[in-house]
Write a protein that binds this ligand. Structure first.
Ligand SMILES: [Zn+2]
Length: 286
């Protein structure tokens, strides 16, 4: 499932291949992936330039321009579970689950949106719509400051669920949440507001390190994720606990365990990530 590093990889790919291009045609093969009226989306996209790209968490905004100037409106792309965005020749065979095609510069290439499970969405957003969408998300996991991170941690509930809650911190899904908790040696069921100051700093460092490394390796291809050129990501061999149930911990060799936390599978090392019992952070800050 695409998380921050995969969406960032798509963003960088679009910057290389589509930035500055004009959308000269839009074909919607499956209106089910469009939020709002498909005709409305076409009308706002055709003839517009691609002025800039911006990401918050897993949401990707493609800013649209008229005569080179952006009005702040955009095409918002959400990859959902299996969404793919590729830039490909228009005469390339149309693969199953291709839902939208956008011709670039009336030339040989087009952007295609594919999604086998159809949880991904394309939506035309005005500047105000986008502010609402981005405003509903917590700070981006790569941009969050230490203060924002620690303030947001003052909540009850398991840290694993907290990391997955996009209103708290935007960008992590199951893969990078498990990897970050392992890196920081925090048990997934630890209460968010009981993470020590030291633990919080370690977790933020771990989140940044894991995400940056994954971005540098173009993400993880667990199921369907591919980059703009159709290539898989290279982070898969770097995974240390995710989907490694029963395999030895890369640090201490204890077998990795899998439990369910907040309804999601969680992989962790029972020896490196012990569950600590300590008072809530706001009553004892040491
Ligand atoms: Zn271990």
């Amino acid at each position: 499932m695409p998380e921050l590093p995969e969406v960032e990889t798509v963003l960088r790919g679009l910057e290389q291949r589509a930035l500055g291009c004009r959308i000269t045609g839009v074909e919607i093969l499956n209106a089910g992936v469009i939020t709002g009226q498909p005709a409305h989306l076409r009308e706002h996209l055709i003839g517009r330039g691609i002025a800039a790209l911006r990401r918050k968490g897993k949401a990707l905004a493609v800013y649209l321009a008229t005569n080179g100037a952006t009005q702040g409106d955009c095409l918002l792309i959400r990859l959902g579970m299996t969404g793919q965005v590729v830039v490909i020749r228009r005469d390339a065979p149309l693969l199953p689950h291709t839902h939208v095609r956008m011709v670039l510069n009336d030339g040989p290439n087009e952007i295609r949106f594919r999604d086998s499970r159809r949880f991904g969405r394309l939506r035309y957003c005005t500047r105000e719509d986008l502010e609402k969408v981005f405003g509903s998300l917590g700070p981006d996991a790569l941009d969050v400051t230490e203060k924002e991170f620690r303030d947001a941690l003052r909540r009850r509930g398991a840290i694993k669920g907290w990391l997955l809650n996009q209103r708290m911190l935007a960008g992590l899904g199951n893969i990078y949440a498990d990897e970050s908790l392992f890196e920081a040696r925090i048990h997934p069921q630890t209460q968010a507001d009981r993470v020590s100051e030291r633990g919080a700093r370690a977790l933020l460092r771990a989140v940044r390190r894991v995400l940056r490394q994954a971005v540098a390796l173009q993400g993880t291809s667990f199921r369907d994720y591919i980059d703009i050129e159709g290539r898989p990501g290279n982070f898969l061999p770097k995974l240390r606990v995710y989907q490694k149930t029963g395999k030895p911990c890369p640090r201490c060799k204890a077998p990795i365990r899998r439990i369910t936390v907040c309804g999601r599978s969680s992989h962790f090392c029972p020896r490196c990530q012990r569950r600590t019992r300590r008072p809530r952070a706001n009553t004892n800050s040491r």
